[in-house]
Design a protein around this ligand. Structure first.
Ligand SMILES: Nc1ncnc2c1ncn2[C@@H]1O[C@H](COP(=O)(O)OP(=O)(O)O)[C@@H](O)[C@H]1O
Ligand SMILES: [Mg+2]
Length: 433
């Protein structure tokens, strides 16, 4: 079906946009948290780095810096077991270990070697944990025994190691969470989008179906009169020598068929015009009471042959701001139906009254009535209670659909109710202003 494709397009578009939004949001969330954690680590690392120290006696450096470092480390504060500090000389050789972890010295020597080579602040695995380190030169203020002071900045370096295992894990689980949540969100959004795409396409599909049905019905309706014309034309052609007077019967059939087609096409044009949202009806103050009364009186004459008994109660002096042509047409359609569908010797009752906001026009008639299940269909285009019966009459099943279009165009409502083999009632309510 062509609407599946349309729906899928909706769905695809919707999903692409939402996915994009989710991805962007999550990337932002992740980078903000990543950035926060990183700067946290950074801060901790530089907190741990003591860049200035004072030692007494420059001979402390003689022993590869070991003695100086030793006296330094007394002053260094190790910030808990999640970090440790190594002091190395300018060759990267460990001269002092300041750690609360009980590990063999070779391990520290090895990690210092690796870190010295890497130089950069980065991640390193040690003792089954993830560490971040920073190497900072130690500036040492040396006070000699003779009281002379000088500064040494290129002899000793401090390596601060920070345990970032937990932070790494946090980031990792954050990433996993984001992926899982993102995926679940997408699945949920998929179903919601599916629902909305379906309900967006449904009315289009329905309108399309209606349109197709309408064209099929209209073509079908036109076929009968056309074939009548065709057949009678053939008869005429077979009897070319006859006079027109003699052929009047066939010509009469042709005339009836064209009349029927003309009426139907007028009705269709009427509907098309009412469908057009641009046509604004010209509204005028009309005396609806006298208008309806006049039409009912005209009708009465036509009812005589079926011996229908008409009663009416029309409230006088009702004024209405509306379109008189459309009101006339509306009343005409309902009276015409009442006339057509009332049983012989049946009854028709017409009322017109007003309340505060509405004008209520009601036509009731006896007769076969409309079956419960057909009540919803009678306002559809081309719907007829009994197709075969009305072929000769001017019946296309368009009357009530025009009536409905007119009422909604005038801002009103039309309802039908019926009891089979009893009364059938059509009620039109129109707003007074
Ligand atoms: N007053 C009525 N009483 C009984 N049935 C009616 C009445 N008005 C309409 N109907 C039913 O509704 C159908 C649709 O009416 P309408 O749209 O006016 O078409 P048409 O009159 O051309 O058949 C009719 O064919 C008929 O079956
Ligand atoms: Mg009708």
């Amino acid at each position: 079906m062509m609407f599946t494709e349309l729906r899928n397009k909706f769905l695809f578009l919707n999903m692409s946009i939402t996915s994009l939004v989710i991805i962007v949001a999550f990337v932002i969330i992740y980078s903000v948290i990543y950035h926060n954690i990183s700067s946290d680590i950074e801060e901790k690392l530089s907190e741990g780095a003591a860049t200035e120290m004072t030692v007494y006696g420059d001979d402390l450096f003689n022993n590869g810096g070991k003695d100086a470092a030793f006296s330094l480390s007394q002053a260094l504060s190790t910030s808990g077991f999640s970090s440790f500090v190594l002091i190395v000389n300018d060759q990267g050789e460990v001269v002092e270990i300041d750690s609360s972890m009980e590990l063999p010295e070779e391990k520290y020597i090895k990690i210092a070697e690796t870190a010295w080579k890497m130089k950069e602040k980065s991640n390193i695995t040690f003792n089954d944990k993830q560490w971040k380190f920073e190497i900072t030169p130690l500036s040492v203020n040396v006070i000699q025994d003779n009281g002379e002071k000088f500064e040494v900045t290129d002899r000793l370096y401090q390596m601060t190691f920070l345990d970032v295992t937990e932070m790494d894990q946090t980031l990792q689980s954050l990433l996993v969470t984001l992926f899982v949540v993102g995926f679940i969100l997408l699945v949920i959004i998929f179903f919601i989008s599916m629902y909305f795409a379906n309900s967006a396409v449904q009315p289009i599909a329905k309108a399309w179906e209606n349109q197709k049905q309408f064209i099929a019905d209209a073509s079908h309706e036109l076929k009968t009169p056309l074939s009548i014309i065709q057949a009678n034309y053939d008869v005429l052609m077979d009897n070319r020598d006859e006079t027109i007077n003699h052929q009047m019967k066939w010509l009469g059939y042709m005339k009836m068929a064209t009349d029927r087609m003309t009426k139907m096409i007028m009705n269709l044009l009427e509907l098309a015009q009412l469908d057009q949202p641009t046509t604004r009806l010209e509204m005028k103050e009309i005396h609806i009471s006298s208008m309806v009364e006049e039409m009912v009186l005209t009708m009465e004459a036509a009812m005589k042959e079926k011996e229908i008994h008409i009663t009416h109660s029309i409230e006088p002096e009702i004024m209405l701001n509306s379109n008189s042509d459309k009101i006339k047409q509306l009343v005409m359609i309902l009276l015409d139906n009442a006339h057509k569908y009332t049983n012989e010797k049946g009854k028709i009752d017409i009322t017109l009254e007003k309340d505060k906001k509405m004008i209520v026009f009601r036509v009731r008639n006896t007769g076969k009535g409309i079956a419960e299940e057909d009540l919803s269909k009678i306002f559809n285009r081309f719907y007829r209670g009994d197709r075969s019966r009305h072929i000769e009459q001017n019946s296309f099943g368009l009357g009530l659909s025009i009536a409905k279009s007119i009422t909604s165009e005038l801002g009103g409502e039309i309802h039908a109710s019926s009891k089979e083999n009893n009364w059938t009632t059509f009620t039109v309510m129109l707003p007074r202003v």
